[in-house]
Design a protein around this ligand. Structure first.
Ligand code: FE2
Ligand code: FE2
Length: 264
């Protein structure tokens, strides 16, 4: 338990608790007016993660590692609960119990995968059990590439159909990222033989190029939505949210690259 543990923990909790808070808002916006119980539950998660976020922002690298470890356990329990809530909502939608509600099943599943990822990160931090670098590179890329592919699909489906050019661009990103997901899964099934430094380095380089251009597309979309220059049912905060997740993925790629080439 060290300063590095405190810094890593606070970074993960600050980033992902804000994401969980925003998921609560997006889910709530997609419920119908009569879904009062679900709306209350979503509001409850919003306040829970808002409180966690502000506590994490109030702590710094000098915090006591044991305090952080206990904090991580507490956050872990909140994340487990929001994960269960998202899976319950997914079940209701797939059993056609919420006709007319506006959350896509894939979006709900997606947000539950992000919660699961966050929970797993907290477990890794608290137990100190990190994947060896070559495994971490493949696992994180399989996870995030699929997240990026989903984002492209959400953007394409939430833009107004009359925004034909932008819808086309979103579909191209979706196809590009679906291919990258399959390439990552191929590399995964070829491991450990596939885990050579040149192959992993090329994998990161190729993914970075696509993530950068998707990140730029999201940034443009966010700015256009904020300025009310395009027609869509995308909440401006959702546009910013998916942009931040792309930035996060890029930082992770850069960290892997530095660790792989020893240029940290
Ligand atoms: Fe998200
Ligand atoms: Fe996402």
């Amino acid at each position: 338990m060290s300063t590095a543990f405190v810094v890593r923990s606070l970074d993960e909790v600050r980033f992902w608790s804000r994401i969980m808070k925003e998921h609560s808002l997006f889910l709530r916006l997609g419920f119908r007016a009569e879904d009062k119980q679900l709306i209350n539950e979503a509001n409850h998660f919003y306040s829970t993660f808002e409180a966690i976020e502000s506590r994490a922002n109030g702590m710094n690298a000098g915090a006591d590692p044991q305090t952080i470890q206990r904090f991580n356990v507490e956050v872990h329990s909140a994340v487990t609960q929001i994960w269960a809530f998202k899976r319950k909502v997914l079940g209701l939608i797939l059993h056609c119990q919420l006709p007319g509600a506006n959350n896509y099943p894939l979006l709900v599943d997606h947000t539950s995968r992000e919660a699961f990822y966050f929970r797993n990160r907290l477990e890794e931090l608290n137990t100190g059990r990190l994947d060896p670098l070559p495994d971490a590179i493949i696992n994180e890329n399989v996870f995030f590439l699929r997240i990026m592919a989903d984002h492209a699909k959400f953007i394409g489906h939430l833009l107004d159909p009359s925004e034909r050019k932008l819808v086309d661009q979103a579909r191209e990103f979706s196809e590009d990222f679906d291919k990258l997901v399959f390439q990552a899964i191929d590399l995964e099934s070829m491991r450990p033989q596939s885990q050579t430094p040149p192959l992993l380095d090329q994998f990161l380089d190729q993914n970075r190029v696509s993530v950068q251009s998707l990140r730029d597309f999201k940034k443009t979309a966010r700015d256009l939505i904020e300025a009310c220059r395009i027609k869509s049912i995308i909440h401006p905060l959702l546009a910013d949210h998916v942009y931040r997740e792309a930035e996060r993925f890029l930082h992770i790629i850069d960290r892997f690259e530095a660790a792989l080439t020893g240029k940290e």
